[in-house]
Design a protein around this ligand. Structure first.
Ligand code: ATP
Ligand code: MG
Length: 479
């Protein structure tokens, strides 16, 4: 039915007639889901410039250029999404997203520095040096909502690529606070979904029926946690239980997308709180099942402590403006599952080196299926892990070779983390801290073998040393 109307709208081009028919359908109940649930235009609330705190001085100059230029060309142009939400909180937005009624080709004609991206839904990227302003065309309520063929059998959104108008665009956004539009025409904030009230109440509320919206796109559950932590908002009561009930649906999300989401969750300065909340909502176990299993059977707070410390360190580094890496995060989260699996393999009689290597391979390949870690990331994770036993050798030329390894610094930081959480003797870490900062001469002294007494004595000590190194390797890996 909606297709017929849409066709009619396209051919006749009359919004008034379209809206009139929409109303008849609503009144006669011909069209169920969408029109019943959709925030209708009559609900719109316009907050004038004096009723909100968004000032143009806080908007990126390039975003303003894009907005003004589109407006000058006769198009509608709004800021939307996270930037409006963050500006209303007095925060500096991460990026600025523009939405317009111009289609991507029309946008391209307006800007020379513009590239069209995306196959499924085409977007315009306007480039200004390093800054990219994303310009999207309003999305429409495609057949998706009226014709179930556009949803898979689990109710997941398969296609979402129809252009529409602002009233339709609102409906496909996730949370009400993410569906506020800043209009460049009069600097007002346009609100169809009571987003301003929810914003004031610091609440994340899904637009529409939570169960339906989470089923359409389960990643919205992760977004709920991410925004709750980042903004200090609470997740609306109506969304809480559905997340716990539907967490497993995340398993159907392509692993590449989940990997990106995990990075957004854990590498933006709120990793620890995010971890706790993901566990609270049963989402962590879908992202990191092997880790969750270890946590569930943990003893004496271990390995929780190592993960907590790693996430805390990562948050502190971000707060200090330092960089954090994806591989260190994954190395920390997956360390304990590797240890446990290696122990099982040792029990099965595998030689030690192979037990650890096989365990690392197995855990990583399982994780890649859930979150598609790029190859260079899994290689770095493996390096961090495989360098750990090498720290036990403090004699001879090995230490000087170890410190030239490209992943030495990360592996040393990981050793530090293990020491801080009781997994390694702190004396070993002290030795390596001293060794790194020592002069070449001192380093030679530190790694010199103990003085020989007699040839016979020396031979027997060599044998002993070899045994000791092997033993301590086992100790370290078993910790
Ligand atoms: P951030 O500060 O992380 O950029 P954001 O809200 O801008 O937050 P984006 O991923 O940049 O998040 O998305 C921009 C906007 O697009 C969102 O505010 C929301 O309106 C909409 N959106 C993004 N992802 C989804 C989704 N999975 N479902 C529905 N709407 C979405
Ligand atoms: Mg954004």
């Amino acid at each position: 039915m909606i297709n017929v109307i849409k066709k009619f709208k396209e051919t006749q081009g009359s919004t008034i007639i379209f809206n009139f028919i929409k109303k008849i359908i609503t009144a006669t109940n011909l069209r169920p889901t969408l029109l019943e649930e959709s925030p209708v235009a009559e609900k719109v609330r316009i907050y004038s410039r004096s009723e909100h705190i968004i000032s143009r001085s806080k908007i990126s100059e390039n975003a303003l250029k894009v907005l003004y230029r589109l407006q000058k060309e006769g198009y509608d142009a709004y800021l939307v999404g996270g930037c409006v939400r963050d500006l209303l909180l007095g925060r500096e937005p991460k990026d600025f997203d523009v939405v317009t009624n111009a289609d991507p080709e029309q946008v391209r004609k307006v800007f020379r520095n513009c590239r069209i991206i995306g196959r499924r839904f085409r977007l315009a990227h306007v480039h200004f040096g390093h800054e990219v302003i994303e310009v999207a065309t309003f999305r429409g309520v495609s057949e998706t909502d009226s014709n179930k063929q556009m949803l898979d059998k689990e109710g997941r959104l398969l296609r979402d690529n129809v252009y529409g108008n602002i009233e339709e665009d609102v409906w496909r956004r996730d949370f009400t606070v993410n569906a506020l539009y800043y209009n460049i025409k009069d600097f007002s904030v346009v609100d169809y979904v009571n987003g301003m009230d929810d914003h004031k109440a610091a609440t994340l509320k899904l637009i529409g029926e939570p169960v339906v919206r989470f089923r359409e796109d389960p990643v919205r559950m992760l977004r709920a946690v991410r925004f709750a932590v980042k903004l200090g908002f609470k997740i609306d009561g109506g969304c809480q239980q559905p997340i716990k009930d539907m967490a497993e649906l995340l398993g159907s999300i392509p692993s590449a997308r989940l990997y990106d989401e995990v990075l957004k969750l854990f590498l933006f300065g709120y990793a620890l709180q995010t971890f706790e909340m993901l566990r609270q909502y049963a989402l962590f176990q879908v992202l990191f099942p092997a880790t969750e299993q270890c946590l569930a059977s943990e003893e004496n707070g271990f390995p929780r402590q190592l993960i907590i410390k790693a996430l805390q360190n990562s948050d502190n580094r971000i707060a200090e403006g330092k960089s954090v890496t994806a591989y260190f995060l994954f190395a920390s989260l997956l360390w304990e599952p590797v240890q446990q699996l290696a122990k099982e393999k040792l029990k099965q009689g595998l030689p030690e080196f192979m037990a650890y290597q096989d365990a690392a391979n197995e855990i990583l390949s399982r994780q890649v299926k859930i979150t598609a870690l790029p190859r260079h990331i899994s290689l770095s994770i493996r390096d961090v892990w495989s360098l750990q036993p090498k720290f036990n050798t403090r004699v001879g030329s090995k230490p000087s070779r170890l410190i030239t390894h490209p992943k030495f610094r990360a592996a040393y930081d990981f050793l530090l983390l293990r020491a801080e959480t009781g997994g390694v003797d702190p004396e070993l870490v002290d030795w390596w801290s001293k060794y790194q900062n020592a002069s070449e001469n001192e380093q030679r002294k530190m790694t010199a073998p103990a003085r020989k007494k007699s040839p016979a004595h020396s031979a027997s000590r060599k044998r002993n040393n070899r045994k000791k190194t092997a033993d301590s390797l086992t100790d370290s890996q078993n910790q």
